[in-house]
Design a binder for this molecule. Structure first.
Ligand SMILES: [Zn+2]
Ligand SMILES: [Zn+2]
Length: 301
């Protein structure tokens, strides 16, 4: 909790609010099985490991190389006979991508083009921001320099792990411009990054998407008909999380636009919508919608 408050006071990023529950940046080695071929290290963020008969894919790295090395070690333990290791990241933020140097030589790094552009534009700046959040982050991100991906794709890449096909997808802008979605067949498991969450506020990062673009991304996700969903910062669930995310975004947008029409300021609207959500969802870890309300106001201008 102390770390969360520190994050808030230093960065002022509303994104930090949603992390209060699970913001411990050191990931462990325990795994939770999500579906036949998918496991997760639950932490900040949840790291997915997809194991086929010949190769293994890790999705997201944890904060810095120490966590990346843990993820790679766990992946090797889950599928000791697999010679090939693939790595991809859901977006460029440091807890998702900055652990790459901890992976063994020969790891094949894949990333969609827009995410790579986000990384080139804002990667260093955001990593510096995280370094200043806490002594622990500073240590975890010390000296981290990220390499270029081995494969950069536009809209979709397919990876065959042996008996398991994985689709790496870019459907448009949401939490960031470059959010990548990972769909595992035949499990029908979606690794949804920060785009589909569970009882968690949507957050649009600086230079990210808009409420409308996020909804368009959800339309495309819906068509996948996922059976299992593993979000990055909340607990796994079934395919209904997609509809839940859409309802939440529409609920926030509708309410915020009504307040805007009444001449309510963006700050006051943020407070009111957050309070309403707390009443509607008393069990949610946090309902601070201020950032998203700001995005709704900005889009409606
Ligand atoms: Zn993020
Ligand atoms: Zn995240």
């Amino acid at each position: 909790m102390k770390t969360a408050l520190l994050l808030l006071s230093v960065t002022g990023m509303t994104v930090a609010l949603g992390w209060a529950q699970q913001n411990q940046p050191l990931v462990g080695e325990n795994t939770t099985k999500i579906s036949d071929h998918v496991w997760a290290i639950m932490g900040f963020p949840n790291i997915a490991i997809v194991a086929g008969e010949r190769a293994t894919l890790v999705v997201d790295t944890g904060m810095g190389p120490k966590n990346g090395a843990t993820a790679a070690r766990v992946a090797a333990k889950l599928a000791p006979n697999n010679q090939k290791l693939f790595l991809t990241t859901t977006h460029f933020h440091p807890e998702h991508a900055a652990g790459e140097p901890g992976f063994p030589a020969g790891t094949v790094l894949l990333r969609n083009l827009v995410q790579q552009q986000d990384m080139e534009k804002h990667g260093v700046e955001v990593m510096d921001r995280f370094r200043n959040n806490s002594a622990q982050n500073r240590e975890l991100l010390d000296g981290v320099v990220l390499r270029a991906p081995d494969v950069v794709f536009d809209g979709e890449a397919r990876v065959d792990l042996g008996g398991v096909q994985v689709r790496l997808l870019w459907f448009g802008e949401a939490h960031t411009k470059g959010d990548e979605l990972i769909f595992v067949e035949p499990d029908r498991t979606l690794i949804s990054g920060d785009v589909v969450q569970n009882k968690t506020m949507p957050n649009i990062a600086d230079d990210g998407g808009t409420p409308s673009s996020w909804l368009s991304v959800l339309d495309k996700i819906e068509a996948l008909k996922a059976a299992h969903i593993l979000p990055d910062h909340s607990t796994p669930g079934d395919g209904s999380l997609v509809e839940g995310e859409r309802k939440l975004i529409i609920e926030i947008r509708t309410r915020a636009l009504a307040l805007k029409q009444q001449g309510i300021t963006v700050d006051e609207a943020g407070r009111q919508v957050s309070a309403d959500l707390k009443t509607a969802h008393p069990d949610w870890p946090n309902t601070n919608a201020a950032g998203f309300v700001r995005a709704v106001f900005a889009e409606a201008k």
